[in-house]
Design a protein around this ligand. Sequence first.
Ligand SMILES: Nc1nc2c([nH]c(=O)n2[C@H]2C[C@H](O)[C@@H](COP(=O)(O)OP(=O)(O)OP(=O)(O)O)O2)c(=O)[nH]1
Length: 134
Amino acid sequence: MIEVVCGALIHDKKVMIAQRNYGSAKGKFEFPGGKVESGETLEEALIREWKEECGIIIENIQFLEESIDHQDGNTIHLTCFVCSSKKIPDKPKVHSQFIWTTPEHIYDHNFFESDKILVEKLKEKWPCLIEQMK
Ligand SMILES: Nc1nc2c([nH]c(=O)n2[C@H]2C[C@H](O)[C@@H](COP(=O)(O)OP(=O)(O)OP(=O)(O)O)O2)c(=O)[nH]1
């Protein structure tokens, strides 16, 4: 089982999604994140991945939802968090673009099918989250 974390950054009543520019899922949109390294907590891994991939320090990290998926012969345990930050990412480093959207419009983009449960939870909690993450 591969442990993966991802983060839904909320700012100004929008959530950020990012388009992969690498690997077998190139072209797909995701919540930025990646594999948890040995000795790291899920939160530490998420902070590291966001710093590496998006160049910002995330904060107010809160568990959103988790899911299990099978990809390329591996079982992925994906844990999604919501977060905020003082600064929003500017130019993508490893992604081809960042898009700011709302949960209802995430699947207007070619988003990971396996993330549907995460997006449903985001929709459910959205009114509360945008108040908290102002
Ligand atoms: N980051 C992220 N990964 C996701 C999402 N949904 C989903 O199924 N995944 C899967 C795709 C990959 O199989 C796995 C993440 O692996 P990755 O290759 O991005 O991890 P990484 O950044 O640590 O990359 P690497 O060092 O192994 O190259 O999780 C999502 O919303 N965000």
